[in-house]
Design a protein around this ligand. Structure first.
Ligand code: UT7
Length: 326
């Protein structure tokens, strides 16, 4: 049995607090001009002290389930893509399950950093295509403001908090036409949170070394991201059996406007077809691609019958792409 799988509902949630580049410049030695010209980011959202990743995820999930015209009792599996779980154990998905009031359905996290949403969609798709489940809730949710080092200007200016969710289900036609996933663990050191795991358990020394904060070699990640995202995008388009001109809207991971410009140039797709929100939210890791997808659909940039391309890249290194007929 293999069923076509599509997006039945979409929803997102962004914390209320808006932090501008000028606000960031009060914390580290940076300025609005550098951040805007090097990254395209103007503002980002910051979760309130009492908001955790699971809280953002639940609000996005409730909106997606309502948009699908379903109730939480219709969901068969919850997948949460995140690199900022509420805690190392249990999974954020289990916390989301109980906060949603869902029955004791399967729930687990997907760990693929910024590519996590695309990974989650592909994992969820398999269960529906095989007939195992009917509706899979895939959430991308992050509170990155709590893992970035607010003393490191090369990273803290880039990230923001947010969540997006989709309900996947069987469709008559169209839906997810092709997918590409990949990873290169040999490049793990380029972007990581080294402390707090079994390699470097939390200790006074690890805290003093600030090992519990995100570290990135931005220049190297930039180069890998451009190549990785454009290769994945072109392969997904080829596997879908369409030409790049057929893509109505590209929904990329929103890390840096310059990465996105280089990716679509390499893929031969004009910038007008790209949905952008990096200026508003910065890089929300696993939440970026899904929030952008939600906004693109809401704003009419993706209409019924259109071909949309999702493409993401992140720590791991990991990458993923999918062509979807809406
Ligand atoms: O989500 C997937 C993972 N993440 C990414 O995809 C991010 C990939 N990387 C990037 O987006 C870019 O590499 C950055 C935005 C992180 C950095 O941009 P860049 O053009 O590669 O800048 P750079 O790191 O080469 O730094 C250029 C200069 C340096 O000064 P010197 O050495 O030339 O004097 C930095 O010290 O800019 C300086 N700099 C800053 N200046 C003001 C670095 N961060 C800042 C800052 N404000 N926040």
């Amino acid at each position: 049995m293999s069923r076509a799988v599509g997006f039945k509902g979409l929803g997102f949630y962004l914390p209320e607090r808006i932090m501008t580049n000028d606000d960031v410049a009060k914390i580290v030695d940076t300025n609005d001009e550098w951040i805007r010209t090097r990254t395209g980011i103007s503002t980002r959202r910051i979760a309130a002290a009492n908001e955790n990743t699971s809280d953002l995820a639940v609000k996005a999930a409730q909106a997606a389930i309502a948009d699908a015209g379903l109730t939480v009792n219709d969901i068969d599996l919850i997948l949460v893509a995140t690199m900022t779980p509420d805690m190392p154990c249990p999974s954020t998905a289990c916390l989301v399950q109980t906060k949603l009031g869902a029955p004791t359905i399967a729930a687990t996290d997907v760990s693929a950093a910024c590519s996590g949403f695309v990974y989650g969609v592909v994992v969820g798709q398999q269960f529906i295509a095989s007939g195992t489940y009917n509706h899979v809730l895939v959430i991308g949710a992050e509170v990155l403001s709590r893992v970035v080092d607010w003393q490191d200007r090369s990273t803290c200016v880039l990230f923001g908090d947010g969540a997006g969710a989709v309900v996947l289900g069987p469709v008559e036609s169209g839906g997810i036409l092709s997918t590409v996933l990949g990873a290169n663990g040999a490049q793990a050191d380029l972007l990581k949170v080294p402390g707090g795991g079994t390699a470097q358990p939390t200790s006074l020394a690890s805290i003093e070394a600030r090992a519990h904060y995100l570290k990135m070699n931005g220049g190297e990640v930039f180069k890998h991201a451009v190549r990785g995202m454009s290769d994945a995008a072109l392969l997904a388009i080829k596997k879908a059996g369409i030409s790049p001109e057929k893509i109505a809207c590209v929904v990329p991971h929103q890390a840096n406007i310059r990465i996105i410009q280089s990716v679509v140039e390499r893929a031969g797709i004009p910038m007008e077809k790209v949905y952008l929100n990096v200026h508003r939210y910065g890089n929300m890791s696993a939440a970026s691609t899904v929030v952008a997808l939600c906004e693109a659909v809401k704003e009419g940039r993706i209409k019924k019958g259109d071909y949309a391309l999702l493409v993401a890249f992140g720590a791991g290194l990991t990458w993923g792409a999918a062509v979807v007929q809406w």
